[in-house]
Design a protein around this ligand. Sequence first.
Ligand code: ATP
Ligand code: MG
Length: 411
Amino acid sequence: DWFQAPALKRVMTLLNSGGAETRVVGGAVRNSLMGLPVGDIDLATTLLPEEVSGRAAAKGIKAVPTGIEHGTVTLVVDGKGYEVTTLRRDVETNGRHAQVAFGATWQEDADRRDLTINALYVGADGEVVDLVGGLKDIETKTVRFIGDAEQRIAEDYLRVLRFFRFFAHYGSGRPDTDGLKACARARTQLKTLSAERVWSEIKKLLSARDPGRALLWMRQSGVLTEILPETEKWGIDAIPGLIAAEQALGWEPDALLRLCSIVPKDAARLVTLSERLRLSNAEALALDRFARAPKPQETVTDVAFDRDLYRFGKDGMISMLKLELASARARAEGDQKAMARSARLFSLLRRAEGFVRPVLPIKGADVLAAGIPAGPKVGEILGKLEEGWIASQFNLSREDLLARIKALVGS
Ligand code: ATP
Ligand code: MG
């Protein structure tokens, strides 16, 4: 049981002596009450940040000031981080960030949080403290803003996306009506948020076991079009088929693949998306590789398919194949053609996963050594050699290729 872990006990004992009070809050309490795995542990405390650091130092516990202006100190015990934040209230908010003041009460600390399910505390005695009606919302799996939804959203527009993210992970049935209405009304303000915060929320939302319902409500409220206009033409209809395929075939949930399934497979538009949301280089590259991977013909030979794997890269090809397969599977019931295509795609996917990219057995230096002067001609010749090597199904040897250089120079 996470609450009995010696490291947490040690932190709680340290921060609950001498009149101080410290409680676990946020995701750990929420997940534990819902019977879900507990990840990071956040704590709220009556101690000031420098008091937290001081107590830690006295016991030889590492304390990292991870957000000192927000009152957050991370204590590291047994290699695990505990984020300890001083009770605070928002004194000024502008829709993008809040100015906070310390010396708040537990009620004030709860009230400045976003959702009722995120504002439950567990004290040193193990009792749940509910100051905002979060317990009943945990029971009914209701994602609800604390206080007036519209006002809470105006303080920080990211809460629109958090509402849908937490609904995707923890909600059931329809989203809370007031929350949904307030999100729809605030949608045009989402463009004022930083791209990093938005992308991080989108990824977390798309990582839910099944983000399908949340995406439907986001589309219905106009929020999806604001943050992902690329989905407008394409739609989100591919999501249920992808989730079904993931579950049937044991694929790990993959936020980027899910994104690929709801945007057009178009390199230029995906570049725009990557730049707008400031994706990492690796993420942008993955989208680009997906966009460029050609969909296989039914009749593709293994040889021709391997050439595509070499040319376009295995990762992009795998993403493309998974989406093609998911879509074929979704249509397969009572449709012979789709069933046959799905079987073929399945075996191509196997082949792609086992593909080891061969290495061209010749380098620019070999071309130079053959007497070609340094310059653009070297790359040109190398390119032609590679084409011939690919066409030979990677069978031409180094000697074969060296012999070809002469012929190419002559031409
Ligand atoms: P998880 O870590 O599982 O994603 P969490 O609920 O712990 O979920 P964090 O981002 O770690 O989420 O934030 C910890 C707590 O801080 C939240 O539970 C919530 O009470 C509060 N919080 C975080 N972001 C906001 C926000 N934008 N507005 C209001 N409260 C917030
Ligand atoms: Mg957390």
